[in-house]
Design a protein around this ligand. Structure first.
Ligand SMILES: NC(=O)c1ccc[n+]([C@@H]2O[C@H](COP(=O)([O-])OP(=O)(O)OC[C@H]3O[C@@H](n4cnc5c(N)ncnc54)[C@H](O)[C@@H]3O)[C@@H](O)[C@H]2O)c1
Length: 438
């Protein structure tokens, strides 16, 4: 279901009319393509507060030209890790106030901070202030520009930050805005070739016959992975077509089967590096009208099967060291949504699973566990939503438009990256900064 409003608002008469009527003016986002793989313009690197984080040559390694002054930057990286009290917040204002208006369309503002310090409430207040700042700037900056806060923990190194900065300072993060990402310690493996970081790795994607799962499989394949596409047997023809197109293999299997984990392990005797739990269903109804038949399958597909297959694959040692588990949650699970008590419970459960398992999986298996929480994404699932609710879903976010499956896929690929070993236990919204639970 094409977003006709977005297309119209991008034309000259559309711009004139939407501006005149005070309607949302969504910008055409610059997403990654082989022809336009990078942001276009320099990276302005600024510091607020006393000492900054030693980023070494990481900003330059993003491929952008790093400057301390630029008339029209494609991105601004503000190191605010040294902001230790309220007075220093004035330096955040002083750094960004003069330049924020000049950031190019579809540009980025990335602020580096630290997690609030439980031992220093002045520092904690100043660092927490950055979150409110970033979320507000994201709402007002417009023109397809995004704003993100990256919190660097005490154990993080410059190398630990590289995959996150490369992702955020690229068109791959076009629909990620107003979010906070934490980067900690953890094993980081720089790939030989940053354009094919998953070369030699095997990835399994559930629900890969269409929609977001298909895009995830395609993006992981673009990044060099051998993909195994899993979906229900009834999606067989679509599934085979996707797998063939991506040079991968198809596994027709209902993920809710009790032995799904064992069957995946059998199908992958060589082991697995990336496990993407993407399969999902909705059966919406308000709780008062929701029979158990609409509750149970949603909990089973979206949560119970994720727990079962994760446990089975970890127990079988099927996930190799350095592996990645990425689950698809939803902003409905974080914010709640009328008519979705079943779905939101399941997706909130996914976030709980991720946060609990992540530290143990990293310590015991060297595996990271993260989740992507999409907002409104243009797929068959949302095409089935009634028109008015669909329009509200599209417009009620800072970018004024729905996301595309590829936006969720790029974030999944970022988590799956071998250099993302220090990104763990995160639930990252890919929602254009949706107003739902923002
Ligand atoms: N589209 C959105 O706006 C949106 C928003 C938030 C979260 N999500 C989540 O993203 C994921 C993908 O959603 P989508 O929009 O691409 O949906 P979709 O309905 O287009 O695709 C889901 C796929 O999962 C498969 N699937 C369903 N049950 C399965 C099972 N038991 N075993 C194996 N495969 C199964 C389906 O056959 C289908 O191919 C889901 O987890 C969904 O909850 C989507």
């Amino acid at each position: 279901m094409a977003d006709r409003y977005l297309r119209f608002a991008g034309t000259a008469p559309g711009r004139f009319l939407t501006r005149g009527l005070g309607l949302p003016q969504p910008a055409a986002l610059h997403r990654w393509s082989a022809e336009r793989p990078a942001l276009e313009g320099p990276l302005l690197h600024l510091t607020a507060g006393k000492a900054g984080f030693d980023l070494a040559d990481v900003p330059a390694r993003t491929g952008l030209e790093v400057r301390t002054e630029a008339a029209r930057p494609a991105a601004v990286l503000l190191d605010a890790t040294g902001v230790a009290d309220v007075d220093a917040l004035a330096e955040v204002h002083a750094a960004l106030h003069p330049v924020v208006g000049s950031v190019a369309a579809s540009g980025r503002v990335v602020v580096l901070g630290t997690p609030p310090d439980p031992a220093d409430h002045h520092r904690a207040a100043a660092q927490q202030a950055l979150e409110g700042f970033v979320r507000s700037l994201g709402k007002e900056i417009g023109r397809g520009r995004t704003v993100t806060l990256v919190r660097v923990t005490g154990t993080a190194s410059a190398a630990a930050l590289e995959s996150t900065l490369r992702f955020l300072l690229s068109p791959k993060s076009a629909y990620v805005s107003g979010q906070v990402i934490e980067v900690g310690g953890g094993e980081v493996t720089a790939p030989e070739d940053w354009s094919r970081p998953l070369a030699g790795r095997t990835a399994l994607v559930t629900g890969a016959a269409r929609g977001i799962g298909e895009a995830v499989a395609a993006t992981l394949a673009r990044d060099g992975a051998t993909v195994v596409c899993l979906d229900v047997p009834s999606a067989g023809a679509e599934l085979t077509a996707v797998a063939e197109r991506l040079g991968g293999s198809a596994l027709a299997l209902d993920i809710t089967a009790a032995d799904a984990g064992a069957r995946i392990a059998d199908a992958l005797p060589g082991g697995l590096d990336v496990l993407v739990h993407n399969a999902g269903i909705t059966r919406d109804r308000r709780l008062v009208n929701m029979p158990a038949e609409r509750w149970s399958p949603v909990l089973d597909v979206n949560l119970a099967s994720v727990l079962r297959t994760t446990d089975a694959l970890l127990d079988a040692g099927a996930l190799r060291r350095g592996g990645r588990i990425v689950a698809t949650a939803s902003i409905a699970g974080l914010a709640g949504n009328a008519g979705q008590t079943n779905y939101a419970a399941a997706k909130a459960g996914v976030a709980g699973l991720v946060r609990s398992l992540a530290p143990r999986a990293l310590a015991e298996h060297g595996i990271t566990v993260n989740a992507v929480a999409p907002g409104f994404v243009e797929t068959r699932m949302t095409a089935a939503v009634p028109l008015l609710i669909r329009e509200a879903g599209r417009r009620m976010n800072s970018l004024g438009q729905g996301g595309l499956p590829v936006d969720v896929a790029e974030t999944t690929a970022y988590f799956a990256h071998p250099a993302s070993g220090a990104v763990n236990g995160q639930v990252l919204r890919v929602c254009g900064q949706s107003l739902l639970g923002a």
